[in-house]
Structures are given as C-alpha cells and as structure tokens.
Design a protein around this ligand. Sequence first.
Ligand code: CAA
Length: 380
Amino acid sequence: MDFSLTEEHLMIRDAARDFARTELLPGVIERDKEQNFPKELITKMGDLGFLGMMVDPKYGGGGMDTTSYVLVMEELSKIDASASVIVSVNNSLVCYGLEAYANETQKEKYLTKLATGESIGAFCLSEPEAGSDATSQRTTAIDMGDHYLLNGTKNWITNGNSADYYIVIAQTDKEKGHKGINAFIVEKTWDGFEVGPKEDKLGIRGSDTHSLNFNDVKVPKENRIGEDGFGFKFAMKTLAGGRIGIAAQALGIASGAFELAKDYSKQRKAFGTEICNHQAIAFKLADMKVNIDASRHLIMHAAWMKDQGMDYNVAGCTAKLFASQTAMDTTVEAVQIHGGNGYVKEYHVERLMRDAKITQIYEGTSEIQKIVISRDLLKG
Ligand code: CAA
C-alpha cells in the first residue's frame, strides 16, 4: 500500500483548495444564514470538473480515482460543507450509480450531462417512514406495461430543488420485499412531480433539502436501472461509495475547525501567554490531530480498496463512522478553544460544529454503520 500523493493528486487538491478559499469562503456565513447556494457556484464546480470526477471521460467525466475525489471533498468541506454535499451526491450517488449500473442509452442521455455539471442529480431513497430501514419503501411504482406509475413521498432529499434528474427508489412488488424494489431515473419536468418545501436545517444550510411528491408520475420502462428487482442492491452498492465521500466531508469539517482553533490558540492570550501554551489547550489540539490523522488513513484506505476493485463496503462504513465522530468531537472542542468568540458566526467554528452533525446521520447513521461492521465481523 502506498498512499503518497501523485502530481495529479496534488494538482486537483490545490485546485479545490484555491476554489474553496477564493470562491466559497466569501459569502459562506451569509449563505448559511439565508439558506441558499447560488447556481453560479455549482456551475463553477462543474467547470472545474468536481461534479463528475470519477466518470469515464467518454461520458464527460474526469476519469480520476477515488483518492482525487476524497481530496477534493476534504478541501471543499474545510470551508463549506454545503458545497461539498452537492459534489458528494452528484459524484457518488448519482454519477457512480449510473456509470456502474445504467445501460448505454441511459448513460448517453443522462450521465453525460450529470458528469459535466450541465445537469445536477439527486438520490431519493429516504421516506417519512423509511430512513434507516431502507427496505420499508412506501413509494410505489406500478407496472402499467410500457411505463410505471410512480406514487409517494421522499424526504430530506439533497439537491431536492436544484436537481434536474432524480434517481428514485420505489417498491414495485411488495410481496417480494427488497427483491421487489426498483430504481428509476425521473426528470424534474414530468407531470405529477412536485418539489415540497425547503427544510430549515441545523447545518449544511446552504444545501437545498426538500421533500418530493410523486403523484401518478409516468416513468417510461426504459428509465428503470438494471434488471427488475435490482433497486435495493443498487441503492446499497451506490451508498457504499457515498459513505467514503461523506467520511471525507467529515474529515474536511474536522480539519477546517482544527486549523482555525490552532491559529486562534496561537494568537489569543490569557494569563499572560498565548492560550496554546496552556496544556489544557495544547492537549485538545493533540487529540484533534490524532483523530484527524486516523480518519484520513481510514478514508485513504477505503478509497484505495475501491480503486483496486476490492470489496470496500465495510472499509467505507468504518471510515465514515470514525471520521464523523471526529468531526463532531473536533468541532465541539474548536468552539471551546475559541471561547465566547466560538459561539458567534464570524469565527466560522460554530457553523462547522452544526455542519458536522449531519455526517453522523446521512448516508446511513452511525448506528447503521455499526450494523454493517458488526454483521461482517460476526459472519461465518
Ligand atoms: N452491497 C450489495 N448488496 C447489499 C449491500 C451492499 N453494500 N448491503 C445489503 N445488500 C443486500 C444483501 O445481501 C441482501 O440481499 P440478499 O437477500 O439477496 O442476500 C439485501 O441487500 C438486503 O440486505 P439486508 O438483509 O442486510 O437488509 P436490512 O433490511 O437488514 O438493511 C441496512 C441493511 C444496511 C441496514 C440498510 O437498510 C441500510 O444501509 N440502511 C441505511 C439507509 C441509508 O444509508 N440511507 C441514506 C439515505 S441517502 C442520503 O442520505 C443521501 C443524501 O441526500 C446525502
């Protein structure tokens, strides 16, 4: 195993770092307050190749490896996790799913636009009563011959309003349980499709999260992904890669908060010296650093396994579990090191603390990661 970064890795990492500092940092506090993320910034991320990083260039993607993707996720998340979740969902849950499992016609029609950022995608699995228990889908897609009739509600959908294309998971045959679930590509403009109100969230407030309603939406048969009944496995396989992206987002949030806390502790004085000279603060910084380094190793390992064609499912869950806890612990301590200043928006760490929490919830809660990890270690 060699995790040293190549010239290409360093170039893409530096491009993401520059973009985050020059384009994302100005306005990040206002976007969080006003809950918006301008379309121009999404377009710029597309122009830089951040939205279809791992997709084969023949479909308009960057043809990069998973390591490049996690480096970009980390850099963007240091500054603005609302930007990085757009990147994560489009790359991991939409482009990856289509490239790996859609047919050529679907790839030509949809992936080519999604990989360049000309269009944005959303991944619609969660429902009011199917969050962690993802097999309990209530959204139905009834086979009507040449099309499916889609009905139901999806909740907490990232890119809910800004997306053009939606991958929707629905039950086509209840009797068959998870083997009666399918995944469909749905276009925003289709009759019967309705975007619900925007969620007013604790963190990642720039990212648009909505419920979606499907009322007798006619989905052509050719928009089903894979064989009949493949939908649940499609969702699980796609989420396995998504979890590496969210782990990298958590790492970025943690390292962003760590850098701010370290710099602040070298400037702020108390009891006649910079606060970093007090062991109470220095030890907090040491704990942060250890957990951030450990998270980075777990993430790089999972990314490496994916690029080697190995089974990375458990490695991705392990990385997400650890990195998201690190994001939470590190941001809470970063606020503590900043004292009163940490509690106001201007210093950024309170936002990073609010943003950190979602990494323990979406793309599988920490408890779900433990289910996957424990089932694997106890099997056989
Ligand atoms: N790859 C391939 N197949 C898989 C798989 C994987 N990673 N995980 C499960 N499967 C298969 C199993 O092998 C099984 O198939 P067979 O019956 O043929 O053997 C089938 O799927 C059902 O698996 P389980 O029996 O393990 O199913 P379960 O009901 O016990 O649930 C679970 C498993 C891991 C808990 C799953 O429900 C899960 O991951 N839940 C969390 C859902 C989630 O992550 N939601 C996130 C929403 S998306 C989001 O957040 C996006 C966003 O906007 C940012």
